[in-house]
Design a protein around this ligand. Structure first.
Ligand code: ZN
Length: 127
């Protein structure tokens, strides 16, 4: 499979059969982990509206659209590793290219909430 068609979330499925379905709202994320994976992919492909839409209304003001967009566009993402999950939390490591070609890791435990039939990202703590 071409590297561009493999879903960035690490599922080994194709992007159109994986996170793209969720990002394009053809399919709902069924679990916090699915939403987390789709949000990682959204960062990779620059689906900023999706990232804003899937942030819970109670914390959306903390995540400025411009900051999300800058982070998405300025970062070369290298892969996602899910470390641990529960019903409402996902601990993950997202690798990205730092300055001087170093590999940096964003290690976060995120909290999600299921409301009105949809999963939302609430917030996360860096580990
Ligand atoms: Zn995916």
């Amino acid at each position: 499979m071409d590297v561009l068609t493999i879903c960035p979330c690490g599922s080994q499925q194709s992007l159109p059969a994986c996170c793209e379905l969720i990002i394009l709202k053809k399919k709902q994320a069924q679990t916090a982990e699915q939403l987390m994976r789709s949000r990682y992919t959204a960062y990779v492909i620059g689906a900023i509206d999706y990232l804003v839409d899937t942030t819970h209304i109670s914390t959306r003001k903390n995540y400025k659209r411009k900051d999300i967009e800058n982070w998405s566009k300025s970062t070369k993402w290298l892969g996602l590793e899910i470390v641990n999950t529960s019903d409402t939390t996902v601990e993950f490591k997202a690798k990205f290219e730092g300055e001087n070609n170093t590999i940096e890791t964003h290690h976060e435990k995120s909290t999600f909430v299921f409301e009105d039939g949809k999963w939302y990202y609430v917030d996360g703590v860096f580990i």
